[in-house]
Design a binder for this molecule. Structure first.
Ligand code: CTP
Length: 247
């Protein structure tokens, strides 16, 4: 079944143009991640839009800057670029090429290489963040949702994509808390088990101080930071209680 998601009016025209620019370069572009999740929820305020393509992300960003103006910062070592549009709508567009990731060891930065859209979605944290919207003029707004993130949003479930996710990247424990609290989501039961297991194996301690601080700062910027810290405290103390009981 083809599902089309409504892209907010204030960004639709910009994204249509990006779809055309990508097509001119011979590939498709997609909006991906948090903005797609928010649009599915009817939230249109997100000014940061991640754009991925199976072509060269930086080349698309340059074409977009040529068309829209604005300031472009290229991160050539990562193959990404950020375009800050100065004229309305004042959007920040983050361009990347589709990529796959391999984690050599827990909490290490992953080895990244070029991949397909499917691989790019497979490397992500939660099903609700693993959706993309096609920007190609022939399929504009069509949802790509291999992990049924839309259904999880409807059921208000937070579900991880695979069993290793919190081991690979323990910051996802803290990200998960933010999304659960912000969108009032329940942990999908297996996801909760995996979080508890990761906490018990002290995965969070593998994150360096900078990454931990960044995640705590993001929690602080949530609409209800104290609820985020309460949920974290709950998860940590449940783990301690289980250890005392020898479970
Ligand atoms: N992502 C991930 N694992 C991480 C960080 C990010 O899988 N540790 C992916 C998710 O698909 C996420 C996307 O990268 O949606 C963008 O990350 P980020 O901008 O941090 O999150 P958003 O989902 O946009 O959340 P927010 O609304 O808090 O900005």
């Amino acid at each position: 079944m083809v599902i089309t998601v409504e892209i907010p009016d204030n960004v639709a025209e910009t994204l249509e143009r990006i779809g055309i620019l990508a097509k001119e370069q011979g590939y498709q572009a997609f909006a991906v991640g948090g903005c797609v999740r928010d649009w599915c929820l009817g939230i249109s305020e997100n000014p940061d839009i991640d754009i991925t393509s199976e072509g060269e992300g930086i080349a698309l960003a340059r074409a977009a800057q040529k068309f829209f103006g604005g300031s472009l910062v290229e991160h050539t070592q990562f193959g990404t670029a950020t375009l800050c549009m100065e004229k309305a709508p004042a959007l920040q567009l983050d361009f990347a090429s589709c990529r796959k990731e391999v984690y050599a060891k827990p909490a290490a930065y992953p080895k990244v290489s070029r991949g397909t859209l499917d691989e790019d979605l497979a490397r992500r944290d939660f099903t609700i963040n693993a959706m993309a919207l096609c920007l190609d003029p022939d399929n504009f707004g069509v949802l790509v949702d291999p992990y049924e993130g839309l259904e999880d949003l409807k059921q208000a479930y937070l579900r991880v994509l695979h069993d290793q996710s919190f081991v690979d990247d323990p910051s996802r424990i803290l990200r998960g808390i933010r999304f659960a609290v912000r969108f009032d989501l329940a942990w999908e039961p297996k996801t909760l088990k995996l979080i508890n297991k990761a906490i018990e194996s002290e995965s969070l301690g593998l994150l360096n101080a900078g990454r931990l601080q960044k995640e705590f700062d993001l929690m602080d910027q949530e609409p209800d930071p104290s609820e985020c810290f309460r949920v974290l405290d709950d998860l940590l103390s449940q783990g301690e209680n289980r250890q005392v009981r020898g479970e």
